[in-house]
Write a protein that binds this ligand. Structure first.
Ligand code: URA
Length: 443
């Protein structure tokens, strides 16, 4: 393996030698590349980018560094990846809803990153829920109940584990080729037929501008399609929090409400949109509209809720707790000891919530981590009584902050500045900004 040749190719915008790149990734996984050498290559790619064909080679090599799930003939195997949002609880509903609609969903998910929450932290708010599944346990769970949600682990794409940890400490996280290979390798290792990518854009997203989101979406679609996975990216707006429940335990509660056919219309709409895209990509007889109808049906008739209950039991929750969870979620999840409610100072309309401010305050109060070893407080979060667009009267509750620690004067000031009230009804919010599919990404 000629590392200098690889780095020179990156710096001069040439294609990297395929064999060398594959050998480099294999050596990263088995620990035979030094941290200094791996960092030199990462920094070169971070600074200069790399060729599209190199991203596919890199992604494939990362997949080959670990297990690849394989599936007996049967229902389509699908998944979703989101680049991370505030109140982004979609996976908790999407996996069981898609399973109820006839798909197999072997979902690998992560913990919170920066200000955004992680699916695994949310699920761990459920007493007994075990996300540490081996590849064999993932397959067995999916074959039994239709879906599972497991934490990313060293069995799948271990080269990504090594490179990701190194990127974290060498300021090389924000690189389109590196993010692409990292995300797509883990999804492709699940053995997917189809993938939907929710690429967030806006003030509370990692990709703040639509241009940045489009560049990442295009790269991920191209790479996943290059690996034979039918892929669609939905660029969605992430300036407003998603739905009415924000925070780990509160998001489980908000998800159960949607699975019961109730809950926040904003949350439900995103689940339906993502699910319909996957159904229309994998069932010949379903177009997007029919896919939407099917998603609506399983969210209303209790089928998705029943798969969610079974998934909880399959992943370690006792039958008693799972049954109680879906009937009386607050009793199982608990409630924070302190609740601070912000009241409207005037009549009008709730015209917007600052998702970034909300996420930052919740994180400082324990909803997210600053260091890997930080413990999450699952009960910290927000409940919006007056979501965006709601008409309100003076002194009516707008939202409640659930917390354990005392609030400082600064926290109280921040809380009051998170919501805007207007005299006129704000325009209806549309989350979907743009679609990127393979037709857009042909070079
Ligand atoms: N999530 C990942 O898994 N990898 C990245 O590089 C960024 C987000």
């Amino acid at each position: 393996m000629d590392l200098e040749a690889l780095i020179d190719a990156v710096k001069s915008g040439q294609q990297q030698n395929r064999g060398d790149l594959e050998a480099f990734v294999a050596m990263v996984a088995d620990g035979s590349v030094s941290t200094e050498d791996a960092t030199r290559w990462l920094k070169a790619v971070h600074q200069h980018g790399c060729m599209v064909d190199d991203i596919v080679v890199l992604t494939n090599a990362m997949i080959d560094s670990g297990a690849r799930l394989s599936w007996p003939k049967g229902a389509p195997v699908v998944d979703k990846h989101s680049t991370g949002g505030v109140g982004d609880k979609m996976s908790l509903m999407l996996a069981p809803a898609l399973a109820a609609a006839g798909c197999r969903v072997p979902m690998l998910a992560g913990r919170g990153l920066g200000h955004t929450g992680g699916t695994i932290d949310k699920l761990e708010a459920i007493p007994g829920f075990n996300c540490a599944l081996s590849p064999e346990e993932m397959v067995a769970a999916v074959e039994s109940v239709g879906c599972c949600i497991a934490v990313q682990n060293d069995a799948i794409a271990p080269a990504d584990g090594v490179l990701y940890a190194l990127r974290d400490v060498t300021d090389t996280i924000d690189s389109v080729p590196l993010i692409t290979a990292s995300i797509v390798s883990k999804k492709a290792a699940e053995g997917l037929d189809a993938l939907v990518l929710d690429v967030k854009t806006g003030s509370a997203a990692f990709m703040q501008t639509v241009e940045e989101a489009r560049a990442l979406a295009t790269s991920m679609v191209r790479t996943a399609e290059g690996l034979g996975i039918r892929t669609l990216a939905q660029i969605t707006s992430m300036s407003e929090p998603i739905g009415t429940h924000i925070g780990n335990a509160l998001e489980v509660l908000g998800s159960i409400l949607v699975l019961k056919g109730e809950g926040s219309p904003d949350t439900r709409e995103l689940v339906v949109m993502q699910g319909a895209a996957l159904l229309s990509m994998t069932f010949d007889e379903l177009d997007m509209e029919e896919g939407r109808r099917k998603m609506e049906k399983v969210l209303t008739n209790g089928d998705a809720l029943e798969v969610f209950r079974k998934m909880c039991v399959q992943q370690g929750v006792t039958h008693e707790v799972a049954a109680k969870l879906i009937r009386y979620p607050e009793k199982v999840l608990g409630t924070a000891p302190e609740q601070t409610t912000v009241l409207a100072q005037q009549d009008g309309f709730a015209s917007g919530y600052d998702a970034m401010k909300m996420a930052q305050l919740a994180r400082r109060h324990g909803a997210g981590r600053f260091a890997l070893e930080d413990e999450i407080d699952p009960l910290v979060g927000f409940l919006l009584q007056a979501p965006k667009g709601a008409q309100i009267k003076k002194n009516q509750p707008l939202f409640t902050f659930y917390h354990t620690r005392e609030l400082s004067t600064e926290d109280l000031r921040e809380l009051k500045s998170m919501v805007t009230i207007s005299e006129n009804k704000p325009d209806q919010m549309h989350r979907l900004v743009e679609l990127i599919d393979s037709a857009e990404t042909k070079a």
